[in-house]
Every structure is written in structure tokens, then in C-alpha cells.
Design a protein around this ligand. Structure first.
Ligand SMILES: Cc1cc2nc3c(=O)[nH]c(=O)nc-3n(C[C@H](O)[C@H](O)[C@H](O)COP(=O)(O)OP(=O)(O)OC[C@H]3O[C@@H](n4cnc5c(N)ncnc54)[C@H](O)[C@@H]3O)c2cc1C
Length: 532
């Protein structure tokens, strides 16, 4: 991954010139607004603290070079990228440890607990909530525990399950599975860089979650290596033996221990993938259609509804210019859908099933008032499904502040939550900002809302500006009794809101589990649970 940006260092996204100019005009961006990234060797990291000898011996491989520490010092939220680009990092791990297996992880954790060394498990480092920040708490020093060497794959063909090492990246896991003729079907936008362990530790949700399920729904069993020992749940399809410890481990964000193996259900690789676009008159009509599809269990595997603003900006950034734009405009005008809301639908599976499910859903879409845009809108979404983070780098190069946040609620309160969070963001960012939203994970009882916002970044004040917007949105979410996160997890940034999420007794119960598994409190301090 680019050391201060996203993805493949050789890949850049070219934005159409007209789109850049339109965005500059709308947001009031002037030349000189952008942060020119410093070079990697100009970044000044905090002086490393010495690593206790017992930890060094237990670890085997210890990386202490500045570049290794820098590459594990931050996730990929907007403030992370600002800190990296300006070379101003207040925290960094004192060293990086890379155990080769679960036994090695156990030895390291035992030594770290005995020597009071904080441990930050590190998967792909794509956290957008400060999950991998090297916070030391009150410990002697802090290490990043890089899990990239734990990459086993063990397939049970009869049961269609696979046990995976946490260090496999999304593409590594999928290509191993592809060779076996199966798929997990878990494709978050961070797929290229995030890992199996990270998916489990954060309860990740992929773009096709309506069809395949969120990552936590795919998991059948976990192995957690904690400072006090190893906890394994049975590899079985279901159990009624008390509350689920698997669920306690999923979403634990490295604060209880390290997830050293994840067993998942897989499906035969799809023979056909069909994506297409539809246009709803407005966001309310679009939500009613998505709800109807979800409640009748007829939702496509991918269903994504953009609000009016996201639809407008996506079409602008895609540069749908010239003849194609005029043709689309004319068509939408004819169907009275100009200024409407784009719905992307995708079906995957066996040919006959795809066609059957698609025609059921198409009937519902039509009945709900949506107009068909055809396959090209769907294929264009499919081609650019992982482009968002590259786009963010380019927008930051122009001086745009770009960030995303997400939440979820029941259908009956989704409209209220949408208005409250959108209003809070606009209030914090001012008039010359763009706040847009989509629904991409739908359930029978509700859905998630995913907000993206752009504004002119004020040089030198970017992080304060971000903080004002983020807290306004989080407070609006809490006031509406929505969840503080549907899939980005808690990390450091959402920890202060966990009291509202779980209540005092709930927090104490989670704290008691942590106390039992990590009595020295070395696992990922300052994340998940609020500091008292
Ligand atoms: C551009 C972009 C797009 C994104 N899109 C999505 C999306 O579509 N859906 C989604 O759900 N999320 C998304 N995310 C968020 C992020 O990618 C996910 O949270 C992902 O699951 C994190 O995986 P990772 O391997 O990068 O974990 P990391 O960032 O390395 O770690 C995340 C947290 O989990 C802990 N951790 C990591 N591995 C382990 C382990 N083996 N055991 C215990 N703890 C561990 C870390 O300590 C940290 O607290 C996106 C992020 C970015 C930057």
C-alpha cells in the first residue's frame, strides 16, 4: 500500500478536467489548498523506547527500522492521511513483531503481558477509526503485532467451510478459494488491502452483504489467542450451548487478544454476475423500494441506493459527458427521473437462479416507481467498485477534505437519522460542502446509512475541521439512538460513544471479559472501550 495513501503505488485515478473544475467552484477550492506530501524519510517519528529482552526473545522477528514503524503507525481515516502527508505523527509503535504462527503469537503476548508492553494487532492497517494507532496506555512501550505470516488455508469440501489464517489479505484469500471453486463473497471497498483477521475483528460488511451476509455472519468458528491462553469455539454449524463466545470474539478489535484462525462458510463461485442500474424519483421512494425488496426476501445480492446528492456527484465525477450524458439526461427527463436517486442492483450465482431472482426484483422495482437504466450503469459501478479510496487520494491532492462515516437504524427511524446526521454535518462544515449518503446493507427491519462528505480543507486546521464534523455527526447518531457504527468498528474514535451504545452495565460486562482474558491490559489500549 502507498505509505501515505491508498492501494497499489502504481495506480492513480484520473478525474475528468470538467469534474475537477466543477468541484473546485462548488467548494471554493483555491490553488495552494492541498497538502503536498512530505517524503517518507522526512517524517519524524517519536524516539523508540527500548524493547524488553524477554519480548525480543519471544518474538523471533523484530523490525525496528523507521519505515517499518511508519508503515504500521496509522490507519486510513482522513486524519490519518493528513498526519502522514504532513509527516506529523504523534505516535508510532516502538517496534514491529512478526510471529510466524499462533504458538509464536501466544509466546509474544505472554511476554508482553509480563513486561507491560502494549500490543496493537495489525492486519492490513485499513482501519478508519484509529484502530491501529500505537497507543501505549500506561505501559512501558508499544509494539505493532503484524499478522501477515499467519496465512494458512484449510478447506473442508464436504461441509463447504474453510479455516483461514488472519494474515491473508482479501485478494489472497479469494484467489486461494477460487482455485477450489468457491468464494467467501466478502468484498468490502477495502478488499484489496484488508485482511481476514481484520474483517473478523471489526465485524466488516462487504458490498454484497445482502446476498452473502456480513463477514460475522459467514464465520462459524474462531480461535482467539489471549495473553492468558487460547480460546477456541467448536467448528460446528450451530449450538444452543449458552451465549455465543464466537460473537464475543468477533468485533473485539484486538482488545481481548489476537484472532489466530477464522473458519467461514463458503459458497460455490458464481457462474453468472449481473449488475444493472435503476433510478428512483427520490431517496424516500428509493428507501421504500429497498425495504420492500428486503422484507419480501427478494433483495439482490448487491443493493445500493444513493441519495440525490450522491447520484449527482457520482455522475459528475464519472465524467458522463458528451453524447452519453445528453442521452441519459433525455431518457431521465422522459421518465421524470432527472435529479433522482441511483439504485445499483447485482445478482450472483447460477444462471437460472440469477434470472429468476432478477425478474422478481425487477417487478418490485418497477412497481415501486423506479426506472430501468440498464446494464451499463451496473457494469460501470462494478468496474469502479474499489476506486473510491484512490479517488480520495486525488481529491486530497486538490485540497478537498473527504471523509466517510456510517450508522444503521430501523426502517421506521431511518429517515429521521438521515436528516439528523446530514443536517449535523452540513451545520459543522458550512454551506460550501457536499454531504451525500447511500444505503448499502439492507435488512428486513432496517438498513445502514453511509455518509461521504467533501469540503475545502483549511490548511493547518484540517484535523480540527474533521473533528468538528465527526463529533457533530456522532452526537446526532447517539441522539437518534442509531448505532455508532454499522461496520467500520469502534477503534479509538468511537470509543467515547460506547457508553451510549451498550449502557453502563453492558460496558462493565465487556470490561470483565477483558479483565479475564487480558488482566495486564496490554491488548490494544484506548480502543473499543472508553478510557474511564
Ligand atoms: C477506503 C476504505 C474503504 C473501506 N470499506 C469498508 C467496507 O466496505 N466495509 C467494511 O466493513 N469496512 C470498510 N473499511 C474499514 C476497514 O477496511 C475494515 O475495518 C477492515 O475490516 C479492517 O481490516 P484490516 O485487516 O485492515 O484491519 P486493521 O486496520 O489492521 O485492524 C483493524 C482493527 O482490528 C484489529 N485487528 C486486526 N487484525 C486482528 C486480529 N487478527 N486479531 C485481533 N485484532 C485484529 C486491529 O488491532 C484494529 O483494532 C474501509 C476502509 C477504508 C480505508
Amino acid at each position: 500500500m502507498k505509505w501515505c495513501g491508498w492501494g497499489d503505488p502504481d495506480r492513480r485515478l484520473d478525474l475528468p478536467t470538467e469534474a475537477i473544475q466543477a468541484l473546485r467552484d462548488e467548494l471554493g477550492i483555491v490553488p495552494g489548498d492541498a497538502i503536498e506530501p512530505v517524503t517518507m524519510d522526512a517524517v519524524e517519528l517519536p524516539e523508540p523506547r527500548p524493547l524488553p529482552q524477554a519480548v525480543r526473545v519471544a518474538a523471533g522477528e523484530v523490525l525496528e527500522g523507521a519505515d517499518e514503524r511508519l508503515r504500521r503507525a496509522a490507519g486510513r481515516s482522513y486524519p490519518d492521511l493528513v498526519r502522514l502527508r504532513t509527516g506529523r505523527l504523534e505516535t508510532a509503535p516502538d517496534a514491529v513483531l512478526r510471529p510466524s504462527d499462533a504458538v509464536g503469537v501466544e509466546a509474544v503476548l505472554r511476554a508482553c503481558a509480563a513486561e507491560s508492553v502494549a500490543v496493537v494487532p495489525f492486519g492490513g492497517g485499513t482501519s478508519v477509526v484509529g484502530g491501529v494507532e500505537a497507543l501505549r496506555g500506561d505501559h512501558r512501550c508499544v509494539v505493532s503485532l503484524d499478522l501477515s505470516r499467519l496465512r494458512s488455508v484449510s478447506f473442508d469440501q464436504t461441509s463447504l467451510t474453510v479455516a483461514l489464517g488472519p494474515g491473508l489479505s482479501g485478494p489472497e484469500a479469494e484467489s486461494a478459494l477460487e482455485a477450489l471453486g468457491v468464494t467467501l463473497g466478502h468484498f468490502p471497498q477495502s478488499f484489496e488491502e484488508a485482511t481476514i483477521g481484520g474483517f473478523a475483528a471489526t465485524r466488516s460488511a462487504g458490498q454484497a452483504s445482502s446476498g452473502y451476509g456480513r463477514f460475522d455472519e459467514l464465520v462459524t468458528a474462531v480461535e482467539l489467542t489471549a495473553p492468558v491462553g487460547r480460546l477456541r469455539t467448536l467448528k460446528i454449524p450451530h449450538t444452543a450451548a449458552g451465549p455465543s463466545l464466537r460473537e464475543v470474539v468477533l468485533g473485539s478489535e484486538g482488545s481481548l487478544g489476537v484472532i489466530t484462525e477464522v473458519s467461514c462458510r463458503v459458497r460455490p463461485a458464481p457462474l453468472l454476475r449481473l449488475y444493472e442500474g435503476w433510478m428512483a424519483a427520490d431517496f424516500e421512494q428509493g428507501r421504500a423500494i429497498v425495504r420492500d425488496l428486503a422484507q419480501r426476501h427478494e433483495a439482490p445480492d448487491v443493493i445500493r441506493l444513493s441519495d440525490e446528492e450522491e447520484t449527482r456527484v457520482s455522475l459528475e465525477l464519472a465524467g458522463t459527458e458528451g453524447f452519453r450524458k445528453r442521452a441519459l439526461d433525455a431518457y431521465l427527463g422522459l421518465r421524470r427521473r432527472r435529479g433522482g436517486c441511483l439504485i445499483i442492483c447485482g445478482w450472483e450465482g447460477e444462471r437460472e437462479a440469477v434470472h429468476r431472482r432478477r425478474s422478481l426484483a425487477q417487478a418490485r422495482l418497477r412497481r415501486g416507481g423506479a426506472a430501468a437504466l440498464g446494464g451499463s450503469a451496473g457494469r460501470s459501478w462494478e468496474r469502479s467498485r474499489y476506486a473510491g479510496p484512490y479517488l480520495r487520494d486525488e481529491l486530497m491532492n486538490l485540497g478537498v477534505m473527504v471523509e466517510t462515516l456510517e450508522t444503521a437504524h430501523t426502517w421506521s427511524r431511518l429517515g429521521e437519522l438521515y436528516r439528523a446526521v446530514g443536517g449535523a454535518l452540513r451545520g459543522a462544515l458550512g454551506d460550501r460542502s457536499i454531504v451525500m449518503c447511500h444505503v448499502s446493507h439492507a435488512y428486513t427491519d432496517g438498513a445502514s446509512l453511509y455518509f461521504t462528505f467533501f469540503t475545502r480543507a483549511r490548511r493547518g486546521e484540517e484535523i480540527d475541521q474533521w473533528r468538528a464534523a465527526k463529533s457533530a455527526a456522532c452526537e446526532a447518531i447517539v441522539a437518534c439512538e442509531g448505532t455508532i457504527t454499522h461496520h467500520h468498528a469502534v477503534g479509538r474514535d468511537h470509543a467515547p460513544y460506547m457508553r451510549a451504545e451498550l449502557g453502563e452495565l453492558g460496558l462493565e460486562a465487556l470490561g470483565a471479559v477483558k479483565e479475564r482474558l487480558d488482566p495486564a491490559g496490554v491488548m490494544n489500549p484506548g480502543k473499543l472501550l472508553p478510557t474511564p
